[in-house]
Design a protein. Structure first.
Length: 553
């Protein structure tokens, strides 16, 4: 019966895909786009097709034609890093299979269109669906729900990890019941934009709309939190009083921002920022007469300062160190960004902290008292001082929890309990590029990847993690890319850090454990792809690495 149902589902999926998208000749365009001799090995190029563009790449002698832009934020993939069998976006590290266009690493949810290529007398002819040329993205085919399949997979967490997980389950043939539990009142959305573009609507941020989840029979419970997990009886307790029974469980509840416990922290307009509602509230409070104090030099805090500085009268950032990003990117890079922020009108209170927050008779913020007694006027206080893990509801579950609240998992994201998987920020998981040393890493793209790997392993496909953390931030038009992970004891720079045009190599001994760059794409993506292929970079490689990059430029 299982084999019959699997074959039937495959047939239904194929029929559904063809009938929904259409396959009539008029839906396609075909034409010669270049000569075979126009293509060099491992060099992606764009060519015209019916007033649109296609991306061609030749690898190992085979020519593939794909969409031209990354499906995440639209980066032109002609400038991407080329790996073994895939392209890695130079902006944010998403990876696409060269042969199929399927997304293999993240961020983003959609794959690239993959077009038919034929060679005739040295001419490269491409046949493409018009709709895919227009959209430049593709959702992988998904099986339909089969009511006779009584298995139930529950996913707790409506962030990127949960969103990728539920889609991957359908893409990989799971026809049973899927329930996604979201603590916020919204469908999964692009949280990374919350501190960068606070005036954006939730409709533009959401990955998918209601119709998408309905079409693929994925039940989404919004404004719902898990209050406990009964491992023995395979039940999840919810705040709505309606427990869920599960056969497999994936938990990716992420973290929640922390408020500093100081006098006045309970006043109105003392807020944290992580969720859409936080950003929407901040946006509602802005005017050119308001003054804002921001505590912390985290990326979230600095992104908020960058956004707010042109929209209010004054922004003051209060930091413990003398420059931001000192521990993560290094003091030289931190100093260069501090200078940039000051040029944009942002004020800094360095080597300091907030001692208390003073309010008026109505409970509104009026001033901030610094550690040295200095008073700063403030109408709004934003705290960007770290977070805690959303795992308190798991304390009595029997899952192996560490003191910091993270959950330990193996290379398959399995916990110490059968059929329970954990991913995203809360997972203390092996990191492939650091020789599988375990760590909990709160990166947006990595959370996506965990969702995919968890889905594959819940379906018994035994897919090991090959995690390469990739991070980015954008501040006043200057984008920093960062790949790798690990403590470092030395930084080697190339380029001009003061002008924010640099590459930084972070070394532990002679091994490069991470790289960052600004205005030097795609060098960090190339490094990330090197790590993904199981290769390391060492001190002796740095000079040749930079020379090779300069020659390509």
């Amino acid at each position: 019966m299982f084999t019959f149902l699997s074959v039937a589902n495959d047939f239904i999926k194929t029929f559904y895909s063809v009938s929904a998208l259409g396959s009539a000749p008029e839906d396609y365009v075909e034409g010669v786009v270049c000569q075979v001799t126009d293509l060099n090995e491992n060099e992606p190029k764009t060519f015209d097709l019916d007033e649109k563009k296609v991306l061609l790449i030749k690898q190992n002698g085979k020519i593939s034609a794909l969409g031209t832009k990354c499906t995440h934020y639209g980066a032109p993939l002609a400038s991407s890093a080329v790996g073994d069998g895939r392209l890695r976006c130079q902006w944010h590290g998403a990876c696409f299979n060269i042969a199929t266009g399927d997304i293999e690493d993240f961020p983003g949810l959609d794959s690239l269109p993959c077009y038919q290529v034929t060679i005739e007398d040295n001419n490269v002819k491409v046949r493409a669906r018009k709709s895919e040329l227009e959209s430049n993205k593709r959702i992988k085919d998904m099986v339909l729900r089969n009511e006779s399949d009584k298995q139930h997979i529950v996913v707790i967490g409506g962030g990127p990890s949960g969103a990728v997980c539920v889609e991957t389950l359908r893409q990989e043939g799971f026809a049973g019941q899927i329930t996604l539990v979201c603590a916020e009142k919204y469908l999964p959305y692009d949280r990374i934009k919350v501190t960068k573009t606070m005036d954006i609507s939730i409709q533009k941020l959401q990955f998918r709309d209601c119709q998408f989840y309905q079409k693929h029979d994925i039940k989404v419970l919004t404004n719902t939190t898990a209050t406990g997990v009964d491992i023995e009886n395979k039940k999840v307790s919810l705040n709505n009083g309606c427990p869920l029974s599960y056969d497999k469980l994936y938990i990716a509840t992420g973290a929640k921002p922390r408020k500093l416990n100081i006098p006045g922290s309970e006043l109105k307009n003392v807020i944290v920022i992580r969720e859409y509602d936080h950003a929407a509230y901040i946006q509602s409070q802005l005017s050119d007469q308001k003054e804002v104090a921001i505590l912390g030099s985290s990326f979230i805090a600095m992104e908020a300062a960058s956004y707010l500085s042109s929209k209010v009268k004054k922004v003051t950032v209060v930091i413990r160190e003398n420059v931001p990003f000192k521990a993560s990117l290094g003091p030289e890079i931190g100093a260069a960004f501090k200078k940039l922020f000051e040029e944009k009108g942002v004020h800094f209170a360095i080597n300091s902290g907030m001692k208390s927050i003073v309010g008026d008779d109505c409970g509104n913020v009026k001033e901030v008292e610094l550690n040295d007694g200095t008073m700063i006027k403030a109408d709004l206080v934003i705290m960007g001082v770290g977070s805690t893990f959303n795992t308190g509801f798991l304390k009595d579950s029997g899952l192996q929890m560490r003191d910091d609240g993270t959950i330990e998992v193996n290379q398959y994201l399995q916990t110490n309990k059968d059929n329970v998987f954990v991913g995203g920020d809360i997972a203390y998981a092996p990191v492939w590029c650091r020789h599988n040393e375990k760590a909990s890493i709160g990166h947006f793209g990595l959370a996506h990847y965990h969702g995919k790997i968890a889905a594959l392993n819940m379906l018994g496909k035994q897919k090991e993690l090959q995690a390469v953390p990739f991070f980015w931030t954008a501040l006043y038009g200057k984008s920093v890319r960062y790949a790798g992970h690990g403590r470092f004891d030395e930084i080697i720079y190339s380029g001009n850090v003061e002008e924010l045009e640099f590459v930084a190599y972070y070394l532990k001994g002679d091994e490069v454990v991470a790289m960052s760059s600004c205005q030097m794409d795609p060098i960090v993506s190339e490094y990330a792809e090197r790590l993904a292929q199981g290769k390391q970079l060492y001190r002796e490689d740095i000079k040749s690495d930079m020379m090779a990059w300069r020659q390509r430029k």
